[in-house]
Design a protein around this ligand. Structure first.
Ligand code: CP
Length: 307
């Protein structure tokens, strides 16, 4: 595998392989010194043209735990502000010697465009509304491990709730969850659904909340909205927020997930620390191991994961 730009492009075999490799990386991360020399001599560059906390820092941590060198680029400190183009930026950084770029950009399709300008591997760290494949991998891994599964997610019922229309996380999650055999329901008002939905939809959270194994809450992406798509945030919260009353109706084993950052008081009106099924912190922890598995898959061919 050369690139990880979308779940669909990776396919089911690579998806399962990456989840299985993540088990190994979790074991590495539990060691007293969580570091292996697997990617010594490799260089990973994080190119973030959009804000990020989790994705950027976990890729940086993942690369360092595999002993790769890391370059981190944030647009606000770069010559992009002097008018340098995306292509010139990529070619300039690539000339310093880069084996993999992790790219986040507000425009859909940028990771594919960039692949034409460099021989380095490209990992999509989130492109516009389109895809966020490593988020989907860490979400699938979290569901798999929290529900005690090995292999896929056959028969697991997952409701993804909220601003699906603007969500690259939802698009990649639907691809990954359905590829692994889960049944996905998209829950949102019609204005927050895409014109063509990739899974069954409902606008009634209360009709599914007692049946799901996983309740996946999404952030309202107000920065991507150009018009008012819900009458008010208060009304949205009333119909789609996880209130204490709705939390009490979840099945005992049900997981509550969120990709972060959370809008407390909008999509989540309970303290996740008080919810036994909340695995939001585990998602973040697993994000490092998943990204180690991805970097090792793309850059570690032929090398072992020796201690
Ligand atoms: N989930 C996610 O992509 O978070 P960041 O925007 O903080 O990277």
């Amino acid at each position: 595998m050369k690139h990880l730009r979308s779940i669909a492009e990776a396919g089911p075999e690579a998806l399962i392989r990456l989840l299985d490799h993540t088990d190994t990386m979790v074991e590495v991360n539990e060691r007293p010194v969580p570091k292996v020399p697997a990617l010594r001599g490799k260089t990973v560059c994080n190119l973030f043209f959009e804000d990020s906390t989790r994705t950027r820092l976990s890729f940086e941590t993942a690369a360092k735990r595999l002993s790769a060198d890391v370059m981190t680029f944030t647009v606000k400190d770069s010559s992009v502000n002097k008018g340098e183009s995306l292509r010139d930026t990529i070619e300039t950084v690539a000339a310093m010697g880069v084996d993999a770029f992790v790219i986040r950009h507000r425009s859909s399709g940028v990771p594919w465009q960039v692949s034409a300008w460099t021989t380095a591997s490209i990992i999509n760290g989130g492109d516009g509304w389109h895809a966020h494949p490593t988020q989907a991998l860490l979400d699938a891994y979290t569901v798999r491990s929290a529900l005690g599964r090995s292999g896929g997610l056959d028969g697991v019922h997952i409701a993804i709730v909220g601003d699906i229309r603007h969500s690259r996380v939802a698009r990649s999650d639907v691809e990954a969850f359905t590829m692994l055999g889960a049944d996905v329901t998209l829950v949102a008002p019609a204005t927050l659904l895409p014109p063509v939905a990739s899974a069954p939809t409902t606008d009634d959270l209360d009709s599914v909340i007692e049946k799901v194994d996983v309740l996946y809450l999404l952030r309202m992406q107000r920065e991507r909205m150009t018009e008012a798509l819900v009458p008010s945030l208060r009304e949205y919260s009333t119909r789609y927020g996880l209130t204490p009353e709705r939390a009490a109706r979840l099945q005992e084993h049900a997981l509550v997930m969120h990709p972060g950052p959370m809008n407390r008081g909008v999509e989540i009106l309970v303290d996740p620390a008080e919810l036994p099924g909340a695995v939001i912190t585990q998602q973040v922890t697993n994000g490092v191991a998943v990204r180690m598995a991805v970097l090792f898959e793309l850059l570690g061919a032929g090398s072992g994961l020796t201690s």
